[in-house]
Every structure is written in C-alpha cells, then in structure tokens.
Design a protein around this ligand. Structure first.
Ligand SMILES: Nc1nc2c(c(=O)[nH]1)N[C@H]1C(S)=C(S)[C@@H](COP(=O)(O)O)O[C@H]1N2
Ligand SMILES: [Mo]
Length: 317
C-alpha cells in the first residue's frame, strides 16, 4: 500500500489536488438549478491551468456524493492492477514507462456496418471528453474515487453502426512483450480480454477514458485509452485497448476464463456475493483506514439495476 505522507508529496501535486477539492465543493454547493453554472466555471478552470488540455472538453459533475473525497493523484497512479507490468500494486508505476501510447490505433470491427481503424488523436479530437467522478471498486476489497476524463463508449459504437446481430462487445489490450514486460511470463493468457453485453456497453455511465485529474491518462492507468464501468469490479475496466469487436456470443473474458468460480462475466459489485476467498461486504478507500460498507452496483443501482431485472445475480455474478 502506498500512502505518502504530506511531506513526501511534491508541491505541484498538492496544488493540483487542492484545486480539485475546491472545485468539488463548488459543484456540490451548486447542485440542482445552479449546476450548469458550476459546469461552466470548472471548464474555464481547466483551460486556465493549461495542464493536460488535450483530452479536456466539457466538465460535468457526475455521481457525486458527500461521502466521496477524491483519492490523491499519487495513489491513483501509484497503486495499480495492471498485470502486463507485474502482479504487485507498485509494479505498474515502476515499469509502465516502457509502454508507448503513441502512435496508437484502435480497431472497431465485427458486427458493424462501418468498421473503422481510429487513430488515438482523432478519437480524442472527435469525441470531446468530459470529467466524471466515479468510484472504482476492486474485487480485492479496496476502492478509489477518480476524476476521469472520457466520453461514453456509446458515442464511438454509434459511429460504426452496430448490426442487429451484435449482442456483446469484446475489448482487447495491446500484446507486445517488449513494451509490457509482464507478458513475457504466462501469468495470464495474453492479451487481456474483457467483454460487456450490448446494453451495458451502450449505457451512458460506461466510459472510454483518456485522462484523469485533467491530464492525459498515465501509462499505469491504461494509456492511451481504457474502459471504465463504474458499477462493476475493477477488472472489467480493461486498459490500453487496441481492439473493440462487436460479437454475437459472450466474449471469453480473461479473469472469467482463468478462474470462473472467482470472477464472473457480469462482475457487478455485489456485497452479498462473497468472493470464494473473502467477503465483499466492506471495502477500504485508499487513503482511509476505516472500512465502509460496499454498496450494491457500487452505488449506481438507480442507474443500472434495471439492466439485470429477472437475472439471478447470485448465480450470474
Ligand atoms: N489490460 C489490463 N487491464 C486491467 C487490468 C490488467 O491487469 N490488465 N487490471 C484490472 C483491475 S483488476 C483493476 S482493479 C483496474 C485497476 O485500474 P487502476 O490501476 O487505473 O486503478 O484495472 C483493470 N484493467
Ligand atoms: Mo481489480
């Protein structure tokens, strides 16, 4: 676990986070009728700093809660799961500098009328990013609150026109052992693959993220583009994506294939379904010491529970 003491943190980072906290208070104070004004103000703040402006478009308050304080930039970029760079939480921040996020293309293909090979910079230009603060809940019972920059996956999928035969979306990470040293060992079957059902993929909460804290996505967080599905355990949020394929059958998602008894395809955050080796009832926010109760669907139930009506989520976990 990496929690740095204040005197270990560079002053630039402290400033960065303090501005975010202040802005957050402003957004909270302005919910309801004032919300639009708050959005306008935060956009101009992002422009004024001149930092990491590339992916920045609109900034939107999203899924904010009094209980949620943003996790520090230091923890979000220093405590990661990204097995392509090793299995220790500190490995990705140490080793991900070998990943080259440019040039980079993302193929969007399969059951679509207009398959397309996108250049990452064209994606960033043509799908304006907004800021969304989402909770991330790892299956290992820790969580973070992250200000992502991204755009709905739906916007990209609409562009390629899925056919009526498209039932699922399969995502694939880069395979290049020279850039990703962890791929030289068979820790997992490479490349990492994940999948969503079509309605989950088209849900407005589902993001493709290209940045965080107003900056380009750091390599260890999945540069240059990764998925963020806030109501599911973190392993669904696949990093460094090179291919998105619309398919007829449920994709063979990596963790689901490796250990189906521990990692279901749906992987909705469910405090009532224990992981075989530990309880999922509580979680620890990185940066806090107390444990807090885990919320069903990670707190996004109002938005997404209807997608699973009639499904037994203790069996289809
Ligand atoms: N390609 C790839 N994507 C991945 C992983 C991985 O090992 N490889 N780990 C997943 C897991 S288990 C989690 S919890 C999140 C962590 O994202 P973060 O490091 O940005 O917090 O990434 C997910 N995406
Ligand atoms: Mo995870």
């Amino acid at each position: 676990m990496l929690i740095k003491r204040p005197d270990d943190i560079k002053s630039s980072e402290i400033t960065d986070e303090r501005l975010y906290y202040d802005r957050r208070k402003f957004i909270l104070a302005a919910t309801g009728v004032g919300a639009l004004a708050a959005v306008g103000a935060s956009v101009s703040w992002l422009r004024a700093t001149g930092e990491g402006v590339d992916p920045v478009g609109l900034s939107t308050p999203f899924a904010e809660d009094e209980e949620d304080v943003l996790t520090s930039y230091e923890s979000i970029t220093g405590y990661n799961n990204f097995y392509e760079f090793g299995t220790d939480k500190l490995d990705p921040s140490k080793h991900a500098h070998t990943l080259k996020p440019r040039p980079w293309t993302v193929a969007v293909e399969g059951e679509v009328n207009k398959p397309q090979l996108f250049d990452i910079d064209d994606i960033i230009k043509s799908f304006p990013s907004e800021e969304r603060v989402y909770r991330l809940r790892c299956v290992e019972a820790w969580s973070m609150v992250i200000p992502w920059l991204g755009f709905p996956l739906k916007d990209l999928l609409d562009r390629v026109e899925p056919t009526s035969r498209a039932k699922f979306v399969e995502f694939t990470t880069l395979y290049d052992p020279e850039q990703m040293r962890g791929q030289k060992r068979a820790i997992l079957p490479w490349p990492y693959v994940e999948g969503l059902r079509m309605d989950e993929a088209m849900h407005p909460l589902t993001l493709l993220s290209v940045g965080l804290y107003g900056k380009m996505l750091p390599n260890q967080n999945g540069a240059p583009i990764r998925l963020v599905v806030p109501w599911k355990y973190g392993f669904k949020s696949i990093k460094s994506i090179v291919r998105i394929r619309l398919v007829r059958e449920e994709p063979a998602a990596t963790w689901n294939v490796v250990a189906p008894g521990e990692y279901g395809f749906y992987a909705n955050v469910n405090p009532n379904v224990d992981h075989p080796r530990w309880s999922q009832k509580r979680e620890r926010r990185i940066g806090e010491f107390r444990k807090r109760p885990t919320l069903a669907f990670n707190g996004y139930g109002d938005e997404v529970a209807h997608l699973y009506e009639g499904m037994d989520l203790t069996k289809l976990y």
